[in-house]
Design a protein around this ligand. Structure first.
Ligand code: GDP
Length: 471
């Protein structure tokens, strides 16, 4: 690889390394210092593609506080199937058209923006459901600032409602509860509020801090109230980004369009994206040929939290991929090639989650937690396991159940576990085919038991390992 980049013979490089006292083979990986030495030895210039080019959401590259400006919140809608997520997204999209401006009709590009009566702008992710959210999160690309939990007033708390609560909790994203279908006979919003208590979601009307609002997506009532509450929540969060820098964005949707080529919808994380910008997105490079907003209009630039379709990519990226603007096309190609290489390497050498690297990620938290996903054959076992695990929790380390339920281990369990690098405990159950497939790829950790005592013993041992020996 290095020889190709230097346009030298591979065997010459190996020979040089031998002379330097490093007996290596042609395909062996060498460290960065050696590579640099070798490059100089052959009279070439070193052009280091740094790690920060790969992990573009680069935590070290923080914008100075004075460069930050307020940005709109990015909101995702979650909840049980048929509780009205799509209807709500449609109704909110319509709420925007009231201005009656030409070209005001929103297109489906994966995300759209709405202006509230108070003049605030809010960005909505246009794809309801949990999978996209966990998938993106698993890839480290958090775009969601606030989650709207939709609960149908005539139905109540259902499995996916609980799943959504778990997602919000494990991702540390605040929720606003939208009690939907309040127009229906038999709708009982108060019962929803009470039921939510059982899942430790305490809404304002019950003396808690989670905002709730009664709506009807069908009759379009309560929507202004919902928008206002979202704006309020966003204000509390003081969301901001630096608009005056080269852009970084996250892909929310991408496709190959017959007429337009590779098209991706992005959400700008920070900076401003302009036509003509040279970019890398995932493992693809390209140049911004056109930017199209959620109203289908061509625009010249896109600012933080703005959804925009970009044309001019070399290939179709994946949802969750990070887009970065770079200085020139040579650089773009180089970074893209480097990322491709890294991705390949990662696929073949990714270390499974071990107690060690779990420790390092947990060490950051002051109150240590041992996160798990639990699946069992019957509800009684689920409860017994949670109780038993709570009993072995101590002041130093607590078991945190990200999700629990009855039945085979599913795709959603695996995605959630991976996002947090938590193990999945199967009690008398195993993963289904799809879950197995993802788990294999992502090196998910499973623990199977058929005796609760063995389960608690194992978890206790692992938690002790995380805490390390007493000093
Ligand atoms: P999703 O699966 O959560 O996206 O739910 P949908 O938005 O597809 O809605 C499921 C069904 O509930 C549809 O038949 C909607 O017309 C209906 N629905 C959604 N919101 C309301 C509402 O506020 N009131 C009533 N009466 N029906 C609603």
């Amino acid at each position: 690889e290095l020889a190709i980049r230097m346009a030298e013979k591979g065997s010459d490089l190996v020979k040089a390394l031998f002379k330097m006292g490093m007996p290596v083979t042609l395909t062996q990986t060498i460290d960065q210092d050696t590579a640099e030495l070798l490059v100089t030895e052959f009279g070439h210039n070193i052009n280091r593609v740094s790690d920060s080019d790969v992990d573009i959401i680069n935590d070290e590259d923080v914008d100075a506080p004075e460069t930050l400006k307020a940005r709109p919140p990015v909101v995702a809608v979650m909840g049980h199937v048929d509780h009205g997520k799509t209807s709500l997204l449609d109704a909110l999209r319509g709420a925007n058209v009231q201005s009656g401006e030409a070209g005001g009709i929103t297109q489906h590009i994966g995300a759209y923006q709405v202006k509230t009566k108070g003049g605030d702008t809010i960005t909505f992710l246009d794809t309801p459901g949990h999978e996209a959210f966990t998938e993106m999160r698993a890839r480290g690309a958090m775009v969601t600032d606030i989650i709207i939990l939709v609960v149908a007033a005539d139905d109540g708390i259902m499995p996916q409602t609980i799943e959504a609560i778990n997602h919000a909790r494990s991702a540390n994203v605040p929720m606003i509860v939208a009690i939907n279908k309040c127009d229906k006979d038999g709708a009982n919003p108060q019962r929803i509020r009470e039921r939510l208590l059982e899942h430790e979601v305490v809404v304002e009307k019950m003396g808690g801090e989670v905002q709730d609002v009664e709506i009807s997506a069908l009759k379009k009532t309560g929507l202004d109230d919902l928008l206002e509450k979202l704006a309020l929540q966003a204000e509390l969060m003081e969301l901001s980004a630096n608009p005056d820098r080269s852009a970084e964005a996250i892909v929310v949707e991408a496709k190959l369009d017959k007429g337009r080529g590779a098209v991706a919808t992005l959400l700008i994380k920070r900076g401003t994206l302009r036509t003509g910008d040279v970019l890398v997105v995932g493992e693809e490079s390209g140049k911004v040929r056109a930017l199209i907003n959620d109203k289908g209009q061509q625009i010249k630039e896109a600012t933080p939290s703005m959804p925009v379709e970009v044309l001019g990519l070399g290939g179709v990226p994946k949802a969750g991929d990070v887009l970065t603007v770079v200085e020139n096309e040579a650089r773009a190609r180089e970074v893209a090639a480097y990322r491709k290489e890294q991705a390949k390497l990662k696929r073949t050498t990714q270390a499974p989650v071990t107690v060690d690297n779990m420790f390092s990620s947990l060490a950051a938290n002051r109150a240590k937690e041992f996160a798990v996903v639990i699946k069992a054959d019957v509800q009684g076992s689920v409860e017994a396991i949670i109780n038993a695990l709570n009993k072995i929790s101590t002041d130093e380390i607590k078991v945190r159940v990200l999700q629990s339920g009855v039945g085979a281990i599913t795709e959603s369990d695996v995605t959630l576990a991976n996002a947090t690098k938590a193990p999945i405990i199967g009690f008398n159950v195993r993963p289904n085919a799809k879950a197995r497939e993802i788990a294999q790829r992502e090196k998910t950790r499973f623990k199977y038991f058929d005796v609760i005592y063995h389960l608690t013993e194992d978890v206790a041992k692992e938690m002790a390992g995380i805490l390390g020996p007493e000093i």
